[in-house]
Ligand binder design. Structure first.
Ligand code: HPA
Ligand code: ZN
Length: 337
């Protein structure tokens, strides 16, 4: 298959994306618009280039926080949701479970209740306009310690909204070890929220074990260092714990992946881990979901049949109910022909 045949084919296949951060899907136009509004001067191309230059996870997170700092009012999220809608449509994504990270917004004085009203309005608008469902998970964040994470969770619980399904644990993994966040995960799970964790992105397999044993995370984000521990690989595949793999993100943050052709997703898939493919932060890493599928096909020897399994996994690994999963998987079969 040529590249354009590949994109044309996979664009039409309905897919779910389960690991993406809404602040990181904004278009360059939106970044420029928000920057101009905040600073009264234009955001030059060289400044943008500098913003998107980093050589590790911590450098990337500093850039992520800078992007969040460009927001000046809650209604700025309207632009982000517009960009998200366009991104989902052009990649053939019909269901999305995405993160938002409130810590930086709360610190600058945004009202969380007002944010949730904006989110709810935009989720409904996108659903009405396109039929695409977007569910949101609040990143309690590991960057600012357990107390901040617990305060974030308290806030989530006080202001539930349609489409809010649970918590995530993102941020600086080496600074905020998974094992410190057990208490906030226990609360969220006891309250019947979903709970997922980034783990094994910037730290070895022990971080994944802790996310599973201490946080009881239902899905693992990244999980790429699982391949360093055969017991862990066996545990994850036997217990069918979904792992959201974001290939280009790992190439950018460099620690465990030097180039795409060496990405462990091939080994994870071959060893029976229920892998789902996602983009993490499209604007930061310059890769959209179709590009990630193409990377697997063109650089990691995934066959078309393997990719069909990855598409099916995207629904099976989601928090949709069984009826919705079956409906979407039937749609995949129909469109595959
Ligand atoms: N890792 C950790 N935190 C994040 C990421 C990521 O890839 N993206 C946004 N916040
Ligand atoms: Zn992420």
């Amino acid at each position: 298959m040529t590249k354009s045949e590949f994109y044309n084919f996979f664009r039409k296949i309905p897919k779910a994306e389960l690991h993406i951060h809404i602040e990181a899907v904004m278009s360059r136009e939106t970044i420029k618009k928000l920057y101009q509004k905040k600073n009264g001067v234009e955001f030059s191309d060289s400044e943008i280039k500098e913003l998107f230059s980093y050589s590790d996870l911590n450098g990337f997170i500093a850039a992520f926080l800078k992007v969040q700092d460009i927001f000046t009012e809650v209604s700025d999220f309207d632009l982000i949701f517009d960009d998200l809608k366009n991104y989902l449509v052009r990649n053939g994504i019909v269901h999305c479970e995405a993160f938002f990270a409130p810590s930086a917004f709360i610190k600058k004085g945004f009202d969380y209740g007002e944010m949730t009203k904006n989110f709810e309005k935009n989720l409904k608008k996108i659903k009405d306009e396109t039929g695409i469902t977007i569910w949101l998970m609040g990143d309690v964040s590991r960057t600012f310690g357990l107390e901040n994470a617990e305060n974030n969770y308290k806030m989530f619980k006080e202001h539930p909204f349609a489409g809010f399904i649970g918590i995530g644990l993102g941020g600086a993994e080496a600074k905020g070890p998974s094992k410190e966040f057990g208490p906030v995960f226990e609360k969220a799970l006891a309250d019947n929220y979903h709970a997922v964790a980034h783990a094994g992105e910037d730290v070895g397999p022990e971080s994944i074990w802790d996310a599973l044993n201490i946080c009881h995370a239902e899905r693992i984000g990244h999980g790429i260092t699982s391949v360093q521990d055969s017991e862990l690989v066996k545990y994850i595949s036997e217990n069918k714990i979904p792992v959201e793999v974001c290939p280009t993100s790992n190439v950018f943050t460099k620690k465990y992946v030097k180039k795409m052709a060496e990405h462990p997703v091939r080994e994870m898939f071959d060893k029976g881990i229920p892998v789902t493919i996602a983009t993490d932060d499209p604007i930061f890493f310059g890769a959209e979901l179709l590009d990630e599928y193409w990377n697997l096909y063109s650089k990691l020897h995934f066959s078309k049949a393997d990719l069909k399994k990855i598409v099916i996994n995207s629904f099976d690994d989601s928090f949709l109910d069984d009826g919705e999963k079956a409906k979407f998987k039937n749609l995949v079969e129909e469109n595959w022909k």
